[in-house]
Design a protein around this ligand. Sequence first.
Ligand code: OGA
Ligand code: MN
Length: 210
Amino acid sequence: MELHALSLDDQYNKLIDGLYQNGYCVLDDFISTDTCAGILSELQKEQTEGSFHKAGVGKDAEHKIVHTIRGDYIKWLETDEAHPHTNLYLAKLQELRQVLNRQCFLGLQDIEVHMTQYPAHSGYHRHVDAFHKDDNRCISVVLYLNFDWLESYNGRLILYPDVTPAAPIEIYPKAGRLTLFESTLEHEVIPATQKRYSITGWMLREKRFF
Ligand code: OGA
Ligand code: MN
């Protein structure tokens, strides 16, 4: 039993308020410790079995792998996979998508999600998630899976909100923490001294056709 955990409605309201007021929101304990531990072990099993690949940058014909820009390894997820803990999280994301549609009329049709692992000393240069020539990605959403993470490990996500005066926001990748931000917001991942695990996803304006 987690103390001081917010009710589901309070969690969703906090995320929506933050998104509307600032273009981002950080929420701790979005997922329980047990479920996070389960998701992490499902991720590590997939990685041991060799289902991860090096992530690239750009889409379709513009896709390329550039180690100096982006150092993570990923595995894309589908809803019918046998990951009971990860699927609990995916169901919660779908519910959040529906709440966003009901309360904010965003008309989000789909989500796309991958498991993510940054090896030690790798990060992701400052970028936006919405692809050039394709604005299907509307909201980026990252769930962190790193237990006992110390600030001295670094691995911060830095967001650069589109406001004046712009003060960068620094977020450590602690287990159970969810970060939601507009996909047009610039951000970067600072390398960590340890492996860094997360589930990364996007809420999409249109359905995927694959
Ligand atoms: C990404 C990304 C942020 C993070 O995968 O596009 O920016 O904190 N991730 O892992
Ligand atoms: Mn990104």
